[in-house]
Ligand binder design. Structure first.
Ligand SMILES: [Ca+2]
Length: 561
């Protein structure tokens, strides 16, 4: 076990040195004994070369014992190096889900499979995405770079006529692993099941959603089963997660049926504890209950994949990383940089990873790329901004950064920096409201209900202020570890002025150093809106709302708002 750990984690010179030393030793022993002992059995050997026959019985016994010992050492070494071969790497990437698992403190449901994963590995309690929306988060994840550095920060950008190219030299992770001999795959992790955990006749590749031009050939398959014998694999299990609960009534019914079939009962909406900034309302409760059912169904799927790895004898030589692409899709979750949108579960299990360990240092989701490359025995490219948080010389992050940019037609720009105690946010367009027009979000039952309650003047003060204020503060500051949902903005508090100034400067420095590409021009916005509208089905409500909303943003841009 010790040697395996060394072989896995000491790359470069040190690994070469250790390996060479062992090989030299083994080679010396093996040559000495095997050459000597093969001699008597050689058909061309002349007597008295059969030295065993000339030996004293006691010496003969010792020679045989030494021979057996040598064989044992050789086989042993082969087994050790085999065990130390490049591990398989398996990612669970779950859509739209916060860390609402039992091992992260959720008490209303049980999530035995993710809990087991955490128990057998290292659980990070302070992991954050650098982008709180699918495509920007996934573009960052797959390159190990800040989405703002590589220009992939606007949600679903670069899909149509306006294509985004990655900066010179930057490549998606599967391309690097494939070139190093890995079998690269992306799918549901269980042949015959889709990303929703439902039976499927056709196995398809899983979700990618990258905002840049990429070559589909970086993925060999939907599943690791097709790899060559002895070939290590890199598998992404892409799960529908929080998206299982859908946008409203019709999809709630589907997930409730699925939960009843799987677990015998559904989460009781009456027992749900909503965050304080959401009104206590039947629609909100039902939605949150179905969300928790989506967590349970995700946990079940994780269990199935882990059982398959174990059954196939792959568990011990597979590095497993579990995370979500951002937090729950809700009014203040997905698309926003509060914990509700940016905090994610992050669990790593596998060879060389401490079991049952909990780490409280800050990590960013782009670190997953660096952890993966190191585990595969590859050097980290210069351009990669994620870090191998398991490296011996790793100095824990003092800060974690995140950015929100245009989401669909909703053009906005928010940046944040977080320390172990504070979360600082900067709104670059404070004149725009929190719940700005957004076809995607506005078609959700929860947002429609919030707008209804707002129109009827029936919202509690906190919901009204945090969700419907027509303008936002230019800066926000939260003592996030004490203020779980970040509802108390300390930005105007004179006692916090020093920390605010410091974090503001840290954010400026980060934006400069990482070459934050910032807002889109109106010209690019128009190109992207045309591209996006082209893929929306004509005649639908979406097709009508989307361009109407886009016109509001154009007007705001023209007004400098
Ligand atoms: Ca997502």
């Amino acid at each position: 076990m010790k040697i395996r750990t060394i072989l896995r984690f000491h790359n470069g010179e040190r690994l070469a040195m250790i390996t060479a030393k062992w090989w030299e030793r083994i080679h010396r022993w093996a040559t000495r004994w095997l050459v000597l002992l093969s001699t008597p059995f050689s058909p061309t050997s002349d007597p008295p070369m059969n030295f065993l026959s000339d030996l004293h019985p006691k010496s003969k016994f010792q020679a045989i014992m030494r021979w057996l010992f040598s064989c044992f050492l050789l086989f042993g070494f082969a087994a050790v190096t085999h065990g130390g071969e490049r591990p398989n790497i398996l990612w669970f990437v779950v859509d739209d889900m916060s860390a609402d698992f039992s091992c992260y403190g959720e008490t209303l449901i049980e999530t035995p499979h993710v809990d087991r994963l955490a128990g057998g590995g290292t659980k990070f309690t302070r992991a954050f995405v650098t982008a709180p929306v699918c495509s920007s988060s996934r573009s960052a994840m797959i390159t190990g770079c800040y989405q703002t550095t590589i220009g992939a920060h606007h949600h679903r950008s670069g899909r149509g006529k306006h294509r985004i190219q990655l900066p010179e030299g930057v490549e998606p992770l599967p391309a690097l692993l494939q070139r190093a001999g890995y079998y690269t795959c992306i799918g549901s992790g269980i042949p015959g099941l889709d990303h929703r955990g439902l039976a499927s006749k056709v196995d398809r590749k899983g979700k990618t959603d990258y905002n840049f031009d990429w070559d589909a050939a970086i993925y060999d398959s939907h599943d690791w089963a097709g790899r060559a014998e002895g070939q290590p694999f890199f598998m992404q299990v892409q799960l529908h997660g929080g998206k299982l609960r859908g946008q409203g009534e019709a999809s709630y019914t589907v997930i409730e049926r699925q939960a009843r079939e799987r677990f015998g009962e559904i989460v009781d909406p009456d027992k749900v504890a909503l965050p304080p900034h959401y009104p206590d309302d039947a629609v909100m409760r039902r939605d949150w209950a179905t969300y928790l059912d989506s967590v349970r169904l995700t946990d079940w799927h994780v269990g199935e994949v882990m059982a398959r790895l174990e059954k196939d004898g792959l568990l011990e030589n597979t590095l497993v990383i579990f995370m979500t692409d951002h937090g729950i899709s809700h009014a203040r979750g997905k698309q926003f940089l509060y914990d509700e949108g940016a905090h994610i579960p992050f669990v790593v299990r596998g060879p060389g990873i401490a079991a049952g360990k909990v780490r409280e240092d800050l990590i960013e989701h782009i670190d997953m790329a660096a952890i993966t490359l190191t585990a595969a025995g590859l050097e980290l490219p210069e351009w990669m901004q994620g870090r191998d948080v398991f490296a011996e010389d790793y100095a824990p992050r003092e800060t974690a950064f995140a950015a929100r940019d245009r989401c669909g037609e909703a053009a906005d720009r928010i940046r944040s920096v977080r320390t172990a105690t504070h979360l600082y946010l900067r709104n670059f367009h404070p004149e725009r409201p929190h719940l700005m027009p957004n076809e995607y979000k506005d078609s959700k039952a929860i947002i429609r209900r919030l707008r209804e309650l707002h129109a009827a003047g029936a919202l509690p003060e906190l919901s009204e202020r945090l969700l419907f204020s027509p303008v936002r503060p230019a800066e926000e500051l939260y003592a996030w570890t004490e203020d779980r949902w970040q509802t108390v903005n300390l930005a105007g508090d004179p006692t916090q002025a020093e920390i605010l100034t410091k974090l503001s400067a840290t954010l400026d420095r980060w934006m400069k150093e990482t070459q934050d590409a910032g807002d889109e021009s109106l010209t690019v916005y128009n190109l992207e809106m045309a591209d996006e509208l082209a893929v929306i089905k004509a005649g639908t409500a979406r097709h009508e709302t989307f361009p109407k909303n886009a016109e509001i943003y154009r007007q705001w841009m023209r007004e400098g708002k």
